[in-house]
Structure formats: structure tokens, C-alpha cells
Design a protein around this ligand. Structure first.
Ligand SMILES: [Zn+2]
Length: 275
């Protein structure tokens, strides 16, 4: 577990709170070369498939916004450390004034509700992309592991737990002052990042446009099975990599490893990420 990692964008302080890590099975990767397939078969525990689960504490004046909430114990003992990380950051769950969910996948919402379905962040007002609410509220999910009924049921539990406190939002809407949503379609229909602009400084959170940085930066054509619309997800990833590298925009994301904050630059036929 890395130590707290934060930056200041103007007067806005952003701290990454790492909920944990997962070594993803190679079977979730799509469009990989036979060479990479062999490397991953020979080294199942390789760091190549390492993915961190990140949440972000955004502090400004007396507001404390938490973006995403990790996955509690849903994916085993390597995750669920958000409560400890919050404590390290000197913040109690009841002090969170605002919550924003980039999307409603289990690794982003699990930590916001207790096992009994009650909210963890009892005083927070909650902003969620409207398209995301509409998508997961449907009843036609198949009984499959990824993007199926299980995922939808958890998303519905979250919506129920925070009923009455949820404000649906759209692209470029304000989450809190100086912090706006960024539409990142493909991973899920409402999937969004966020952007902070204050005092001529900027930062963008790329959400889940990449899950395994050690593979997808070098080759952005590699997608993951978690994408609801893989083709759109690929377009979004390429567009955003191009945009942040051209604009030299500081970024992070829901699954970035160390460093958490840095810059994506063109490198060979792909990209690299560095401080
Ligand atoms: Zn995720």
C-alpha cells in the first residue's frame, strides 16, 4: 500500500486514496498479440496485469468530495482499504459532504454501502451521471459475471441507499466549484471522469479508460471485457490519450499505479506515464 499521494490544483487539494489492488486474469484482455498472450501465460502473477483501485478525495474550503468508493471486500482481501486511507487523510466518513461516482461498477460503489445495504457516507449529497442511473436501473440484465445482473443489483442497492440525496448530472456539469464532469463513453454508457480547473492550473481524472496501465499505455488498442461498448471505449481512450498528451494536462485515473499523478506522453507507437 503506497502512502497518501496528493497535489494542489489552484486552491483545490486532490488526494488519492488507494482502496487496494487486483491482478487481473489475462482472459479479460482483448486484442492482445500472441507474444503478449504467451508472456502472460508464463507469468500469471506479472505486474503487467496489476490494477490499483483508486478513489479521490477532493478538498476545497469546507467541502470534501469523495470520487468513487472502492469495492469493500467484494473482490477479496487485497481491496477494501478506503476506510483506513480516509482515516490517514484525517477525514471521517460522516465529514464527506459530496460524493461523485464516475460509473456504477462494483469496484467504484461497493465501499459506499455496508453489507446490510446502508449508506457509509451519511451526510453526502451524491452526483451520478444520469445515463449511468438509467442504464443500471433497467431490468434486462443477463446472469453473467461482467456487466450482468450481479453488477446491476449492486448499482441498484447504491441508488436505493442514497435515495433522496442523488442528483443526476450530465457532461461538463459542475460537481463542486471548479470541478466538472467529463463524458468518457464506452466503458459504461454514463462513464465519466472529472476535470479541475483553478488559478490557471488543471487536472483531469480519466476514470476507467484504462485498467492495466502497464499494458494499455504502450498499446491503447488493448481493451478489457469490462467495457459495455468496447469499440466506443477504444475511441474514447485514444481520443483522451491524444488530448492529454497534446495539452500536457496532468492526469490520473481509477486504476493508475504509482505514480498516481503524472503526464501521458507519446512514446514509440504508444504512450508512457510519468511524473
Ligand atoms: Zn473500475
Amino acid at each position: 500500500m503506497s502512502d497518501l499521494n496528493n497535489v494542489k490544483i489552484g486552491n483545490v487539494k486532490v488526494t488519492v486514496l488507494e482502496d487496494g489492488y487486483l491482478n487481473l486474469p489475462k482472459e479479460v484482455l482483448k486484442n492482445i498479440s500472441p507474444e503478449l498472450e504467451k508472456t502472460l501465460t508464463d507469468n500469471a502473477e506479472s505486474d503487467l496485469v496489476l490494477s490499483n483501485i483508486n478513489t479521490f478525495l477532493v478538498e476545497q474550503n469546507d467541502q470534501k468530495l469523495l470520487v468513487d468508493a472502492g469495492c469493500r471486500d467484494i473482490f477479496g482481501p487485497t481491496c477494501g482499504f478506503l476506510p483506513k486511507q480516509l482515516e490517514k487523510a484525517g477525514t471521517k466518513p460522516e465529514e464527506i459532504t459530496d460524493l461523485f461516482f464516475t460509473h456504477l461498477h462494483p469496484d467504484h460503489v461497493g465501499g459506499a454501502i455496508n453489507e446490510d445495504g446502508n449508506p457509509v457516507f451519511v451526510n453526502a449529497s451524491v452526483k451520478i451521471p444520469e445515463k449511468e442511473i438509467d442504464f443500471w436501473n433497467k431490468d434486462n440484465f443477463q446472469d453473467i459475471d461482467i456487466n450482468g445482473k450481479g453488477f446491476a443489483d449492486l448499482a441498484k442497492s447504491l441508488l436505493k441507499a442514497y435515495d433522496g440525496k442523488i442528483i443526476p448530472i450530465s457532461n461538463e456539469d459542475e460537481i463542486i466549484k471548479n470541478v466538472h464532469t467529463v463524458d468518457l463513453p464506452g466503458h459504461t454508457p454514463g462513464h465519466s471522469g472529472f476535470r479541475i480547473d483553478d488559478s490557471n492550473e488543471s487536472f483531469i481524472n480519466l476514470g476507467d479508460i484504462l485498467h492495466v496501465p502497464n499494458i494499455q499505455l504502450e498499446n491503447p488498442n488493448i481493451s478489457l471485457l469490462f467495457d459495455v461498448d468496447m469499440e466506443q471505449g477504444l475511441k474514447t481512450r485514444k481520443m483522451l490519450f491524444d488530448m492529454v498528451s497534446t495539452d500536457k494536462l496532468m492526469c490520473s485515473g481509477g486504476h493508475m499505479l504509482a505514480p498516481k499523478f503524472g503526464f501521458i506522453e507519446k512514446f514509440g507507437t504508444g504512450y508512457k506515464f510519468s511524473e
